[in-house]
Write a protein that binds this ligand. Structure first.
Ligand code: NAD
Length: 428
């Protein structure tokens, strides 16, 4: 990642921009520009062939003024501490904007999980927990899955923590499998949250969702349920999804002019988000270059893969027809591209509002773990819809009231809430 797309620099730039508008005290700015705590460590893992391999890991806790830190753990070959710092910072704003009583953190390991055997993955997960367990916990910092990690991995990590802590502690980690302390509705939460946000945006922009089309980047957890929800909840049409092919090491777009069937595509996608393109072709899908998702003549773009995808260069390829960019991924748009979208009057639903569904249901999971009482899927999704609708409303009203772009408005709502908690606790 180069200087201009360094995710942490981008997170700081976005924060500085709004801190300036809010005339935030310079000392408070300095407090919030950097994480509170960082852990960098190396994890030794015994591989199946008997050799020992070292993996580099991180846990970054950005701020816990509003409650215990919260944030996923990524397993990715190009993970960097700056990406983890950026994601931890965004988690602080995300929890605040969703108005859930949690702070922000993130973790990561530099690894391509697709290269590990199941038993090696389990040892890496347990090894990660052995390094961080003293610094996390239901009242300190609660991890969750993210890119490259799965509910099963959360189950192993919860088990390892429980062994080390000497008691069953399901609330130490969320995104666990249902039946193993997980919540109903967690799998679809982030994607459905994107769709609830889109519904609210379309209502304000007077767009009829059933006449709208969307192009999606990615076909992992977020993208799959955003695609399913766009069709099932809004009755709209998704014309393409894209993915990173882990065998060809290149990205592709899978499209169909009359709309993709996300449930079918899900059935031919592996757990790393790679679609079987031969089966897709056989079912009448067109396979195109990975970059064309951004150039489609659609009403809505949903980047739901990785950060920095809409940048100074690619933003110029976006069709004039596009009215909404719904950021399913974290940090998909660079500040330079943001300016272009703003000037072109594109309505952006910023990442930490748009993808807050996952952390909201993660919070519900922790609440259910605490009570040892579990809600139905319907109850979870209704509560999620209420939270997202309320979060969208507060950001939209800030945006209208202050005459600012939605991203700035989301920052304003979030920063005000975090600063208020810091003041109430006597930190500043
Ligand atoms: P995932 O690992 O399930 O899926 C990632 C998808 O992106 C895969 O389909 C992969 O093939 C695709 N991809 C990767 N690089 C690509 C490229 N260059 N071009 C096209 N596709 C590419 O991950 P996920 O959980 O769906 O997360 C996606 C994004 O959403 C990340 O930014 C993550 O931080 C963010 N997010 C996830 C959650 C969650 O609950 N899973 C919550 C909030 C935010």
């Amino acid at each position: 990642m180069n200087e201009t797309t360094n995710a942490f620099k981008m997170a700081q730039q976005q924060f500085d921009h709004v801190a300036e508008q809010l005339r935030l005290d310079p000392q408070v700015r300095e407090f919030l520009r950097w994480p509170m705590r960082e852990f960098h460590f190396r994890i030794p893992v015994r591989m199946d062939d008997g050799s020992m391999k070292m993996f580099e890991g991180f846990r970054v806790q950005h701020n816990d003024a509003r409650g215990p830190c919260k944030g996923g753990i990524r397993f990715h070959p190009s993970e960097t501490v700056d990406t983890v710092r950026a994601l931890a910072t965004w988690m602080t704003w995300k929890c605040a904007v969703a108005d859930i009583p949690l702070g922000g953190a993130k973790g990561g390991v530099i690894v391509d999980p697709a290269t590990l055997k199941l038993s090696e993955k389990e040892r890496l997960c347990r090894g990660y927990m052995q390094k961080v367990w003293r610094s996390i916990g239901p009242r300190r910092d609660v991890p969750a899955p993210d890119v490259g990690t799965t509910p099963q991995m959360m189950g192993w990590m919860m088990d390892e923590y429980s062994k080390l802590a000497g008691e069953y502690t399901p609330g130490v980690i969320t995104g666990k499998p249902v039946g193993g302390g997980g919540s109903q509705g967690r799998t679809e939460a982030t994607g459905y949250g994107v769709v609830y946000n889109l519904r609210e945006a379309m209502l304000r922009l007077k767009m009829d969702p059933s006449k709208c089309t969307a192009a999606i980047q990615g076909f992992g957890n977020v993208a799959q349920y955003a695609a399913i929800g766009f069709k099932e909840l809004l009755k709209g049409k998704v014309v393409c999804v894209s993915y990173w092919d882990r065998f060809d090491r290149t990205s592709y777009v899978v499209s169909k002019d009359d709309g993709v069937d996300a449930i079918f595509l899900q059935s031919i996608t592996d757990q790393y988000g790679t679609i079987d393109k031969e089966k897709a072709k056989a079912a009448g899908y067109k396979i195109e270059d990975g970059s064309v998702w951004l150039q489609k003549d659609v009403d809505v773009l949903i980047p739901a893969a990785i950060e920095g995808q809409i940048n100074a260069e690619t933003v110029l390829q976006i069709s004039d027809k596009v009215r909404i960019v719904a950021e399913g991924a974290n940090g998909p748009t660079t500040p330079e591209a943001d300016e272009v979208l703003k000037n072109n009057n594109v309505f952006v639903i910023p990442d930490f509002l748009c993808n807050a569904g996952g952390v909201t249901v993660s919070y519900f999971e922790g609440v259910q773990n605490d009570m040892n009482f579990y809600w139905t899927r319907r109850e979870v999704l209704e509560r999620l819809d209420d939270k997202i609708t309320e979060a969208f409303k507060s950001v939209y009203e800030m945006s209208e009231g202050e005459k600012v772009f939605m991203r700035d408005a989301a920052y304003m709502v979030a920063i005000n809430r975090v600063v208020n908690a810091m003041q109430l606790r006597g930190w500043i």
